[in-house]
Design a binder for this molecule. Structure first.
Ligand SMILES: [Zn+2]
Length: 228
């Protein structure tokens, strides 16, 4: 029988792991010594085989680009997601050190002096703003609310967010109505979604820099994303 491309029983051709690993390794070699492999850097690499976007690779490595990088044995920078306890401990330390309710400036000074890197962003991302965080943390320290309520306040601030129609339209226009990973458009028969790069559950906000256009296929390979 002749090779029939319309044969539904034929398995779909997927990116394969060996080629993905090789791609990442060649890309890593093109970087300066000591540089980290990042998703964005890899996707923008001009010698990348078109089909092997970070998104396709995630699909064959359990949804994780880092896993593929580990398999390739290349340098990756791990993004540390601070636990609530780490956040509380840090602010307590800064407060003790400054002997006052810390300001954003105090945090910066503390980080510089102690070689730590936990900035106000980590708080603002979860509680909406540094000011919001301080408000509830002060209540907590004065025994007006429980630790549970303090944590819950962050979740409430995350739940409130839905991507506005306007932001969505702006992001679609900025991304030229194309999937940022595979470049397909509605004309190619796919549906485009605007979603968060850093998921809301990890403190990602609705600012335009954190929003990106993806087709349903590329979006599916990503875990913990907010569909809109
Ligand atoms: Zn896509």
């Amino acid at each position: 029988m002749k090779n029939n491309i319309w044969d539904l029983s034929k398995p779909r051709r997927l990116a394969n792991q060996d080629t993905a690993i090789l791609q990442i390794q060649i890309y890593a070699k093109s970087l300066n010594d000591g540089a980290f492999v990042t998703k964005d850097g890899y996707n923008n690499w001009k010698h990348r085989i078109k089909y092997y976007s970070s998104c396709s690779i995630e699909r064959i490595f359990d949804g994780s680009f880092s896993k593929a990088c580990i398999a390739a044995g290349v340098n990756i920078k791990k993004k540390h997601i601070y636990s609530f306890d780490e956040l509380f401990e840090h602010i307590e330390n800064v407060a003790k050190w400054r002997n006052q309710i810390p300001s954003i400036g105090d945090l910066k000074k503390y980080n510089k002096k102690h070689n730590t890197s936990l900035t106000y962003d980590a708080y603002a991302r979860r509680w909406g703003s540094w000011k919001n965080f301080l408000k509830v943390f002060v209540q907590f320290k004065n025994n007006q609310i429980s630790k549970h309520e303090l944590i819950d306040a962050s979740k409430k601030s995350l739940r409130r967010k839905a991507i506005s129609k306007r932001s969505r339209a702006e992001v679609l226009a900025r991304d030229n109505y194309k999937c940022s990973d595979c470049g397909r458009t509605v004309d190619d028969g796919c549906k485009l979604h605007v979603h968060h790069k850093i998921p809301a559950s990890h403190g990602g906000q609705n600012n335009l820099e954190n929003l990106i256009t993806n087709c349903a296929d590329c979006n599916m390979g990503k875990s913990n994303v907010i569909l809109n």
